[in-house]
Design a binder for this molecule. Structure first.
Ligand code: 13P
Ligand code: SF4
Length: 399
């Protein structure tokens, strides 16, 4: 059995769906037509690496580049820090001296960085079309309507919202306004524990409205908190009253928003079964955005940072099938030639919006900033920021 390497990264064929996920022409809300103003360097320009290096050097301490683990290698090489969503939120807040925070990640991450950084700091997203389809699955209007449904059912007072970092600033502000917290895949259990401690005396009635990733919500509630699947109900924003009766809402402990990640949703129990057959003795390690049945069939579950640390600590010769975004799986495989690392699914699975940040966009961003032109700033309005910050700070204060 071989490890995945750069020279031979995939033993998989892109399916039509994967090609769509990889494509530049998709017309989802998270990638809607935002043009890059000015001249984007050609991807074929052999001087791109040198241009990025020179622009970054010229900017010096004025710029701080953050890179999420799902970013391309060509981009991640210029990151001052890399991390999962939680680590990057903290890192952004910890660099008050940097005038520009260049966020190599997706839109909701850059918004969070803007909320957590000072008024004199500018957060920049190298490609404004780098959104997140999961974050787009909960709009402010839909969530306000959901809260009305909970109010009419008489359960809103007993409900604490917990929103995944992968949500818009509007949803984070809703969460802050209603006494809730943000969580990431690395602290979802702590966030739920905190949420169930809030509010009045009557423990039995307490519930959480978990937005927008049903899978992280369900996996954390059932796997880490001891709730049953029957304690969870699914609120569908496209159905009247979320498709739920008053009785269902009253009986539920977890009201899960019907959102999901299109990348992690591709892993199946069949992929777990198949890899166990193909690679005897393999450890299956997946991200908690995967479906509940996949997480239940896996050996280890955790955030992108957890995945990296688990492989760092694994003994030489051990075998791993990883269920998360492909840029990260390839990088982990390349970092551990003494271990066998394979991708959990046979189909290619990049996150198309994470992949939009490429070297040409990074060069264009850094050169523009070095020339004194602020481009692609992500700015959250003050009212939204106030309440979103409250929710983010509750998360940062979790034990
Ligand atoms: P983490 O890096 O927090 O594990 O999140 C994964 C993800 O999907 C980010 O979009
Ligand atoms: Fe959004 Fe999924 Fe991409 Fe993360 S991997 S940015 S949740 S679409």
């Amino acid at each position: 059995m071989r490890a995945v390497t750069t020279a031979q990264p995939l033993d998989v064929q892109p399916t039509p769906l994967a090609l769509l996920l990889l494509g530049r022409d998709t017309d989802t809300r998270s990638e809607r037509g935002v043009e890059c103003p000015g001249d984007l360097p050609a991807a074929s320009d052999p001087g791109l690496v040198e241009r990025a290096r020179a622009a970054k050097e010229k900017l010096g301490d004025k710029v701080f580049v953050l890179g999420h683990h799902y970013q391309r290698d060509e981009v991640i090489q210029f990151a001052d820090v890399t991390g999962d969503s939680f680590k990057l939120a903290r890192d952004a807040a910890d660099r008050p001296q940097a005038e520009y925070i260049v966020f190599c990640g997706v839109h909701f991450m850059a918004e969070s960085a803007d909320i957590l950084t000072g008024d004199d700091q500018r957060v920049v997203l190298p490609d404004l079309a780098a959104g997140c389809s999961m974050a787009d699955m909960a709009t402010a209007e839909q969530v306000a309507e959901c809260w009305d449904v909970l109010t009419e059912a008489g359960v809103a007072d007993a409900t604490v919202p917990v929103s995944y970092m992968n949500s818009s600033a509007d949803i984070k502000a809703f969460t802050g306004r209603h006494g809730g917290t943000i969580c990431t895949s690395s602290n979802a259990k702590k966030a739920l524990e905190w949420a169930f401690e809030q509010g009045g005396e009557d423990q039995a009635d307490k519930k959480v409205l978990f937005l927008p990733d049903q899978h992280l919500g369900r996996n954390t509630a059932v796997r880490d908190m001891g709730f049953s699947l029957d304690d969870c109900v699914l609120y569908n924003p496209h159905k009247p009253n979320g498709g739920l009766t008053v009785e269902q809402l009253r009986a539920a402990k977890m009201i899960l928003w019907r959102g999901h990640c299109s990348v992690h949703g591709r892993f199946s129990v069949e992929s777990v079964r198949e890899v166990r057959e193909r690679v005897p003795g393999v450890n299956v390690l997946v991200h908690p955005e995967c479906k509940h049945e996949v997480v239940s069939a896996a050996d280890y579950v955790g955030s992108t940072e957890y995945i990296i640390k688990t492989l760092d600590a694994a003994p030489a010769g051990s075998k791993w099938a990883i269920g998360t975004e492909l840029n990260l799986v390839q990088r982990v495989a390349n970092a551990h030639p003494d271990k066998e690392v394979v991708f959990l699914d046979k189909t290619v699975c990049f996150c198309s919006t994470m992949n939009r940040i490429d070297l040409p966009h990074l060069v264009w961003t850094l050169e523009s900033l070095a020339a004194g032109t602020l481009v692609n700033q992500i700015k959250v309005d003050p009212e939204t920021e106030k309440f979103a910050k409250l929710a983010l700070e509750r998360m940062l204060a979790l034990p």
